[in-house]
Design a protein around this ligand. Structure first.
Ligand code: ADP
Length: 286
C-alpha cells in the first residue's frame, strides 16, 4: 500500500489552520511514528487520512488513486483508533467487537474477535460490560477494534494514553509485529513509544513537517547541540533550552539543547528525546 500526500492544508471553519503544505510518502511494510507536541496537527492529519475530514487544499493518493474515489475500498482495509473513541457502555467487550466486525463486513467474526481479544489481553474481560472497565482496559478495546480483521493500513492516534508502562511495552511489540506486512502509523507525544520500534519518524510542529527520516538521522542532526552543566555554573544565555534537571551528590545537573552551546556547557551524546526537543525548539536538522 502506498500513500502519497501532496501540498495538503487544512483550515477549520473557525479559521484555525491546523496543517500547511504537507508533502509525504508512506508505503508498507513500515511502522511510522508521527511525533509532535499537543496541537501540532497530528490528529488532523490522521482524520484527513481516514477521510473523516476533507482538506482545504491538496491531495491524498492511495495506491495512485485519489482518496475520495477510493474511500470505500480504503475503509475496508483500514483500522483506525481515534484519540477520543466512543464505546457502547452497555455492551460487553465481545458484543462491541461483534458489532464492529459486522460494520467492517468480517465474515469469520468469531475467529477474528478471539484473535484480537487475545492480542490485547482482554480474555478475562470479554464478558464484562464496557462501562465497568478501567481507562487502560477501554483503550485496549479501542486497539482491539482497530486491528480487528487484520487491516492493511493501521492508524493509531495516541494509542498508549492511559496504559501503564507494562501495557505500553506490550502494545509497542504488537504494533511492531503488525507492521511486518502492513503500514502502521502511530501518533504520539511520548518518545519512548517510537524510540525502539519505528524505523521512520515524522515530526510535525505548528502544522508543518519538520523532519522525516530514521530515529538515527534525527539523533545525528542534534550532535553538537546537546550538553550538560551544573546549575550553579549557569549564566543567562539566550537560546539555551533546559530539557532536564537531575539531582546529584554534586548538585543539580542540567541538560540543555541550543543552536550554539555556550562555553560552560559540556557537549553530550544526544538521545532521541534531546534531538526531538532540539528540533521543536527551532533547531535545524539536516
Ligand atoms: P494534535 O493531534 O497534534 O494535538 P490537532 O490536529 O488536534 O493536534 O490540532 C491542531 C490544531 O487545530 C490545534 O490548534 C487545535 O486547537 C486545532 N483544531 C483541532 N480540531 C479543531 C476543530 N474541530 N476546529 C477548530 N480547530 C481545531
Amino acid at each position: 500500500m502506498n500513500v502519497e500526500i501532496s501540498n495538503l492544508s487544512m483550515t477549520y471553519p473557525s479559521g484555525k489552520t491546523a496543517l500547511r503544505g504537507i508533502n509525504l510518502k508512506m508505503s508498507s511494510p513500515n511502522l511510522i511514528g508521527l511525533l509532535g507536541p499537543n496541537g501540532a496537527g497530528k490528529s488532523t492529519l490522521m482524520k484527513l487520512l481516514v477521510a473523516g475530514l476533507l482538506p482545504t487544499e491538496g491531495t491524498i493518493l492511495i495506491d495512485g488513486k485519489p482518496l475520495i474515489k477510493k474511500e470505500r475500498l480504503l475503509k475496508a482495509r483500514l483500522g483506525y483508533l481515534p484519540q477520543s473513541f466512543g464505546l457502547f457502555d452497555e455492551l460487553t467487550v465481545w458484543q462491541f467487537l461483534d458489532y464492529m466486525a459486522a460494520l467492517k463486513g468480517i465474515t469469520n467474526s468469531k475467529e477474528a474477535i478471539s484473535a484480537v481479544i487475545q492480542s490485547t489481553n482482554l480474555e478475562e474481560k470479554q464478558k464484562a460490560k464496557i462501562r465497568t472497565l478501567s481507562g487502560g482496559q477501554r483503550q485496549r478495546v479501542g486497539i482491539a477494534q482497530a486491528i480487528l480483521g487484520a487491516p492493511h493500513f493501521l492508524i493509531f492516534d495516541e494509542p498508549t494514553v492511559g496504559l501503564d508502562p507494562e501495557e505500553r511495552i506490550g502494545f509497542r511489540n504488537l504494533f511492531s509485529q503488525m507492521a511486518q506486512d502492513r503500514l502502521v502509523l502511530l501518533s504520539t507525544h511520548i518518545i519512548e513509544d517510537v524510540q525502539s520500534v519505528c524505523n521512520q519518524l515524522i515530526v510535525i510542529h505548528q502544522g508543518c513537517i519538520r523532519f522525516v527520516g530514521s530515529p538515527a538521522k534525527l539523533i545525528a542532526g542534534a550532535v553538537g547541540h546537546v550538553g550538560v552543566f551544573r546549575e550553579k555554573d549557569q549564566r543567562q544565555e539566550a537560546g539555551l533550552q533546559i530539557t532536564s534537571r537531575i539531582n546529584t551528590a554534586q548538585g543539580i545537573l542540567c541538560r540543555a539543547v541550543a543552536e550554539k552551546l555556550p562555553d560552560f556547557v559540556e557537549q553530550a551524546e544526544p538521545t532521541l528525546e534531546d534531538a526531538y526537543l532540539y528540533l521543536i525548539s527551532g533547531g535545524v536538522v539536516q
